[in-house]
Design a protein around this ligand. Structure first.
Ligand code: ZN
Length: 383
C-alpha cells in the first residue's frame, strides 16, 4: 500500500495536491493490476512440492558451480596473460615490477557469498597460500605448488589476516631484487620446505575477468579487463591471448594517456570558445579524444602481434579471429569490442602483413621488435 504524503510541508503551493493525485493514480493502477492478475490464466497441473532443506542443498550446489566457473575463468586468463606481460616488459617503460609468477590468496580474498565454499574446496584460511602457479614462471621452475602456505620471504615472515595480500605485496616490492633469487619458506601438508625462485620483470597491468557476459574487452591504462563472454567466444587460449595482447599494447603504447591529452587539448578550445561567449557543448574535446582512434587501433594490432610472437605464441590465426568477431557482432555500436574495434578490410590486410613481417624476422633470426618511426623508439632520443 503506497503511503500518501498529504502532510508534506517541504513543498509549497500545489505540490501536495499533485502528490496526492500521483499517489491516487498509483493506487488505482495497482488495484487494476490486482484485478488483472486474478483474472489471469493459471497453470492447470499441480505444482511439484519440494523440501526446503533440499532447496538449500541445491542452492549450495549451484553456488559451487558458479564458484568453479569463476575460478577456472580467472586462472585461465592469468595463465594466458602472464607470458604476454613478461614478453611486453621492455615496451612497458616504468610500468613494470618483479614477479614470481604465482597467485597468492587467503579466505578474505573471496567474496563473502563464496568464502565458505573456498574454505572447503581450497582449504584457505588466515595465512596466505598459493592459489595458482603460472606455467613457465619462476615459481613453477622453483618447484612451488598450488596449496603451499607461505611462511616467509627472504627471512621476513609473511602477514596473515584480512589485509595480508596488500602487506605481502609491499614485502615483495622491497624484497625482490633483479637477477637475485628469493628464498621462500612454505608449509606443504606436514612438511616445511624452502625454495629459491628468481623473479622476472613483467608489465604491471592487472588482467581481470570483468563482470557481465558481453563479448568485450578493454584497457584503461592500468588494467586489462576481459568480459566473461569473450572467454567463451575465444575458441582457444591462443585466440584469448590475441585479445589480451591487443589490449596490453593499448596500455604499453600509452594510448589511453594520449587520448586524455588530446581530449584536454580539445577542451581548451571549448573553454576559449566559452570565454568568447560561444557554447561548443564540448564538441572540440570530444573530437580531439577521437583523434587518431583508428591509428591507435592499428598500432594495438601491430604491437599486439609482436607481443604474441615474443611470448612464443602463434600469430597465424589473428586476422581470422578478428574477422569472426566482426561477423558475429556487426552493429551494436559502443557496446562490444567489434564496435570499438572497427572491422575494416584494411585492418585484416594490415594484420596479415604484420604476421608475414614477423615470420620473415623469425626466419632471418632478427630480434622481434616492432618497427618504430625514426624518432620514436622507446629509450631513444625522440620525444
Ligand atoms: Zn583496441
Amino acid at each position: 500500500m503506497p503511503r500518501m504524503h498529504l502532510h508534506d510541508h517541504s513543498a509549497g503551493g500545489r505540490r501536495p495536491f499533485r502528490d496526492f493525485m500521483k499517489q491516487r493514480t498509483l493506487l488505482l493502477l495497482s488495484l487494476g493490476l490486482a484485478a488483472l492478475l486474478s483474472g489471469c490464466a493459471a497453470p492447470t497441473t499441480h505444482r511439484t512440492k519440494v523440501d526446503d532443506a533440499l532447496i538449500e542443498i541445491e542452492a549450495r550446489k549451484q553456488r559451487e558451480i558458479a564458484f568453479d566457473t569463476m575460478l577456472s575463468g580467472r586462472q585461465r586468463l592469468t595463465a594466458i596473460a602472464h607470458p604476454l606481460l613478461k614478453a611486453a616488459a621492455p615496451l612497458c617503460g616504468e610500468e613494470t615490477h618483479l614477479s614470481l609468477g604465482a597467485v597468492f590468496t587467503n579466505k578474505y580474498l573471496f567474496a563473502e557469498e563464496f568464502r565458505d565454499i573456498a574454505v572447503v574446496k581450497l582449504g584457505v584460511g588466515e595465512p596466505l597460500q598459493i592459489l595458482q602457479v603460472i606455467g613457465g614462471s619462476a615459481a613453477q621452475r622453483a618447484g612451488l605448488m598450488a596449496g603451499d602456505i607461505i611462511v616467509s620471504l627472504n627471512g621476513q615472515s609473511v602477514p596473515t589476516g584480512e589485509d595480508a595480500l596488500k602487506r605481502f605485496a609491499d614485502i615483495l616490492e622491497e624484497s625482490l631484487k633483479e637477477g637475485a633469487p628469493a628464498r621462500i619458506r612454505v608449509v606443504r601438508g606436514d612438511d616445511r620446505l624452502s625454495f629459491q625462485a628468481t623473479p622476472e620483470r613483467i608489465c604491471s597491468y592487472a588482467v581481470m575477468l570483468g563482470p557481465g557476459d558481453e563479448v568485450n574487452a578493454y584497457a584503461d591504462g592500468q588494467r586489462i579487463v576481459i568480459a566473461g563472454g569473450m572467454l567463451r567466444f575465444a575458441r582457444s587460449d591462443n585466440e584469448l591471448a590475441l585479445v589480451v595482447a591487443h589490449e596490453l599494447a593499448h596500455n604499453a603504447m600509452g594510448h589511453i594517456k594520449a587520448k586524455m591529452q588530446n581530449y584536454m587539448l580539445g577542451s581548451l578550445l571549448d573553454i576559449l570558445a566559452a570565454a568568447a561567449g560561444v557554447n561548443t557543448q564540448g564538441v572540440f574535446g570530444n573530437m580531439a579524444a577521437q583523434a587518431y582512434s583508428q591509428e591507435f587501433e592499428a598500432e594495438a594490432d601491430y604491437v599486439g602481434l609482436y607481443i604474441m610472437a615474443r611470448a612464443g605464441l602463434e600469430t597465424a590465426g589473428a586476422a581470422n579471429f578478428w574477422r569472426r568477431m566482426a561477423a558475429i557482432h556487426p552493429g551494436s555500436i559502443g557496446r562490444n569490442h567489434a564496435a570499438t574495434h572497427p572491422a575494416t578490410a584494411e585492418r585484416f590486410l594490415a594484420i596479415e602483413k604484420t604476421v608475414a613481417e614477423i615470420e620473415n624476422k623469425k626466419a632471418a633470426g632478427l630480434p622481434l621488435e616492432p618497427r618504430y618511426k625514426a624518432d620514436k623508439k622507446p629509450g631513444g632520443d625522440g620525444p
